[in-house]
Write a protein that binds this ligand. Structure first.
Ligand code: ZN
Length: 85
């Protein structure tokens, strides 16, 4: 029977993520493999792939790292505005 999970990014990924969630992140043992920050089980996180080998999982990855937004966030942070009255 053909299934919808045969596209390479379905069943395996789901299973792996569920396992890491249960064994690592939920007990509070998860750290982002990129930046080393602790992953809060209450917050969204992703299962990160190796940059060079998309078939290899590196581990839990925090949202800012997974979305590649951390560096941009830092650049966008501006000093508090000074109001001239
Ligand atoms: Zn991170």
């Amino acid at each position: 029977m053909a299934s919808t999970t045969e596209r390479g990014y379905g069943n395996e990924h789901q299973k792996m993520r569920a396992q890491i969630k249960r064994d690592v992140v939920d007990p509070g043992l998860g750290y982002c493999w990129r930046c080393g920050r602790w992953i809060d089980p209450a917050k969204p996180w992703d299962l990160g792939h190796d940059d060079h080998d998309r078939s290899t999982y590196r581990g839990p990855e925090c949202r800012p790292c997974n979305r590649g937004t951390r560096r941009r966030d830092r650049q966008e942070r501006r000093p508090p505005r000074r109001w001239v009255l």
